[in-house]
Design a protein around this ligand. Sequence first.
Ligand code: NDP
Ligand code: OXD
Length: 319
Amino acid sequence: MSQKPAIIIDLLFNQDNVRAGLKGAFRGREVINRADPENRDRDLSAAHYALLWKPKDDLFQRATGLKALFSGGAGVDHVLTLPDLPDLPLVRFVDPSLTNRMSEWVVMQCLMHLRQHVTYSRQHARKLWSPLNQPEASDLTVGVMGMGVLGLDSAIKLKMMGFNVLGWSRTKKVVDGIETFEASELDAFLGKCDMLVGLLPLTDATTGIFNAELFAKLRRGGALGAPVFINAGRGKSQVEADIIASIEKGVLKGASLDVFETEPLPASSKLWAMDSVLITPHTASDSEASALFAHVERQIERFEAGQPLEHLVSRDTGY
Ligand code: NDP
Ligand code: OXD
């Protein structure tokens, strides 16, 4: 049987995970992992597919026979801004393994703020036994900005935990038990939120959207005293100077941030030292290599069978 067209793997991921995931993946197909030294000068011109996350600069000059591209993550801002990006179908990563991990992170962050965990861990360090006022999840409203694959699942799981949940997205959604708002209803949505969760893709429209003006529109006087901001979408959607100033002024009570304007977050950032800020290193939801390869394999099978690709990115909306 002749080999199926080759796939290039150009992922700036942990290579132990990539190599382990590649064992048994893409059966009958030549796999060119660009991280392997023996592939450094390899001819890439016959490959039909490329799976990429922050690829090497020369990918598109050398891989001239590509028919479809696959993002190593759910977000595609890093692909759409690549120089020499060919005009090919681009599929992003959608998989329960990614969705579940993100919802775990979001629910955990909301609970950490609800249960005053930030203050308790400081008290712990000082051996201080000092119970605080304890509101219930149902006393708080969490608004999710971005009701796509990840935002919707997080919203449903937050609802299950007892929070009142609202959703905001570009186009109106209908979700049982969750009040939803479309883009033009942003102010009405913000005015009801005690916690704001960002799960937006990075596009022109969402760059810098989480700023002082937006934070000032969140509901005040809720069960936590002031609103909390939680972001795992993209760092360039937030204005970090405004997060810092809003916390200092009491406009925000605190924040949980997984993504940053510059990653890794520079040691000089004031965010590191803020008591009410929880920081994770862009790990809210990692792409699991074996799940990613299985997803890409499924999409390639569809493509080669003449069926439409799923989870296609729109060049018009940028996500
Ligand atoms: P989706 O494309 O499924 O959802 C995006 C959502 O954002 C949609 O509801 C969309 O609205 C909404 N949206 C986009 N632009 C606007 C806008 N201008 N105004 C209002 N709403 C808007 O993406 P996912 O849920 O799969 O992923 C979301 C993002 O999460 C990714 O793009 C990535 O940046 C980030 N991410 C972060 C990870 C991490 O570890 N920190 C891991 C994985 C992803 P509509 O429904 O109307 O189209
Ligand atoms: C993604 C990410 O977009 O991990 O999947 O940020």
